[in-house]
Write a protein that binds this ligand. Structure first.
Ligand code: GLN
Length: 541
């Protein structure tokens, strides 16, 4: 039977609850305890798939095709386990499922209520993720902040779990912020006390309090929180803001979290081994010469929209003993000012995206990369843009496009598949999740992966249009990754170029801190060579 750790947040949002949940997972996994992590999102959307990046940041995609919260990306990067649809629960899903049951008459004329029907459905999801993953410990992060109106049914469900499962099988971790008052030069504990009071009012007494702060947390602050919140002093854990998020498990381990959790969950004590992770963090901390890489996108002012891309670049850079200095380039700036912003970078990434706005700027970036032999990595939309740009060059026409951006284009090099054209709904109608991709021998992609077949994650509607395959192939484009039936183009590359590769999938979701994605790894390798050859500034200025 699995044990559960419930992670709630207090005081304000964005204090790093997701990283804390992921780090708890890492600390346990380093002790050979199998873990999985589930995120509860209290909003009423069914999934974040249809939400704007401004609302939500990146949509993370699991191997089995769920569109999920970006915290699942942190979880996978920290615990290095593929999560599934069962790890992502929203209020929208809970209500959809209850209402569907009600329409089928499952409730036999009963009145459907938050307690017990909604809470039972939530608890069913807890059991489901435990059963599917067979994990010893299930970590469940409750999204939002204690006190949010939408979060109440989730908190009630986790409260019930303690009496359902027994005290020794449930642990409540509360993550709070200690604000700093510059006028008095001190950290304040009152908001933490209030948020713990709010939890208690609901019936939950936290066992562990993780205190986030931008400043060092003194022993007397720990004492005070322990006293006022009625928590074991050892269980008040300071977590100062860290420049490298991957250090969090190490800081929590050193603060005694691993031992404490085993003790509180009545699990046999065993020591953890974070040596490899520690080594990695040391490497990341080591200052090295930065590589200048551009991310050209629509939402660059919002770095959360490209978290997995940013992390994948970092993982690849640290593998090559380099720092990475990301130049966030708003693609509309390229439309306005031309390619001058790209002159100081050694590699260009065009990430995924939707909608026509910003496309032409991305095409300028692809063209600049092709003409100046700058390494280019196109991710999903980034591949489509690369193909459009190449087609415009080959056909010597500004008209090639994707029908997503220009329905009437005479050269629809990117298009919907015929069987998709009737689809009306927006949610859940994309090609989602892992699909096999066969690599074509002697291509750049094949040499990066060193495998014949890979399973990469998708999230898109449009595909490369095979009507143009021959023309573009003849003109120097290589279609180096294909679906098993050969019909869908999964990877394209430009033959006579140091590194110009686009993928119809999202390789960034598979990158891990200690295992960079092969395409990111090779992209950075080529970018790095560019620097060495050109001595500091490799590019035409
Ligand atoms: N908008 C494109 C499509 O739907 C690309 C999607 C993406 O980049 N994730 O095919």
């Amino acid at each position: 039977m699995a044990k559960y750790i419930f992670v709630t947040g207090g005081v304000v949002s964005s204090v790093g609850k997701g990283i804390t949940a992921a780090s708890i997972g890492k600390v346990l996994k380093s002790r050979n305890i199998s873990v999985t992590i589930q995120k509860l999102d209290p909003y009423i959307n069914v999934d974040p798939g249809t939400m704007s990046p401004y609302q939500h940041g990146e949509v993370y995609v699991t191997q089995d095709g769920a569109e999920t919260d970006l915290d699942l990306g942190h979880y996978e990067r920290f615990i290095d386990t593929d999560l599934t649809t069962a790890s992502s629960v929203t209020t929208g899903q809970i209500y959809s499922s209850i209402i569907a049951q009600e329409r089928q008459g499952v409730f036999l004329g009963g009145t459907i209520q938050v307690v017990p029907h909604v809470t039972n459905e939530i608890k069913r999801r807890f059991r489901e993720v435990a059963e599917q993953s067979k994990a010893n410990v299930v970590i469940v992060e409750v999204g939002g902040t204690v006190g949010d109106i939408e979060g109440l049914p989730f908190l009630e469900a986790i409260r019930q779990m303690r009496s359902d499962m027994g005290r020794e099988n449930i642990l409540y971790v509360h993550v709070t912020l200690l604000p700093y008052l510059s006028s008095t030069g001190e950290l304040k504990t009152k908001p933490t006390q209030h948020s713990v009071n709010e939890l208690r009012r609901i019936g939950i007494q936290p066992d562990v309090i993780v205190c986030r702060s931008d400043y060092p947390i003194t022993e007397d602050i720990r004492d005070k929180i322990a006293l006022f919140c009625d928590v074991d002093r050892r269980a008040v854990l300071p977590l100062p803001t860290l420049p490298i998020i991957y250090e969090t498990p190490i800081v929590l381990e050193e603060a005694g979290l691993g031992e404490l959790i085993l003790e509180m969950l009545d699990l046999p004590q065993r020591s953890g081994d974070l040596r490899e992770w520690r080594h990695l963090v040391e490497q990341m901390k080591e200052p090295t010469e930065p590589l200048h890489i551009a991310i050209v996108g629509k939402y660059v002012e919002l770095h959360d929209a490209y978290i997995s891309v940013r992390e994948a670049l970092r993982h690849a850079a640290v593998y090559h003993n380099r720092d990475v200095d990301i130049h966030w380039i708003q693609s509309e700036d390229l439309e306005r000012d031309g390619d001058s912003l790209l002159r100081s970078v050694q590699g260009i990434v065009v990430p995924g995206g939707f909608g026509v706005r910003c496309i032409e700027g991305m095409i300028i970036a692809a063209r600049y990369a092709r003409e100046n032999e700058i390494p280019y990595l196109g991710l999903c939309l980034g591949m489509q843009v690369m193909v459009i740009e190449y087609a415009r060059h080959v056909l010597n026409s500004p008209q090639p496009n994707s029908t997503e951006f220009d329905e009437g284009t005479p050269y629809p090099v990117i298009d919907l598949l015929p069987e998709q054209r009737h689809l009306q709904e927006k949610g859940g109608t994309m090609r989602l999740g892992g699909y096999p991709c066969h690599l074509v021998k002697e291509s750049r992609a094949a040499s990066a992966y060193m495998e014949d077949v890979v399973y990469e994650r998708h999230r898109h509607r449009f595909e490369f249009n095979n009507d143009f395959r021959e023309t573009l192939e003849r003109a120097g484009m290589v279609f180096s990754g294909l679906s098993p039936d050969g019909r869908l183009v999964e990877i394209s590359e430009v033959r006579d170029h140091p590194f110009m590769v686009g993928t119809q999938f999202h390789p960034e979701f598979h990158s891990r801190p200690n295992r960079p994605h092969p395409l990111f790894r090779d992209f950075i390798e080529v970018a790095k060579e560019a620097l060495l050859e050109g001595d500091q500034r490799p590019l035409p200025l």
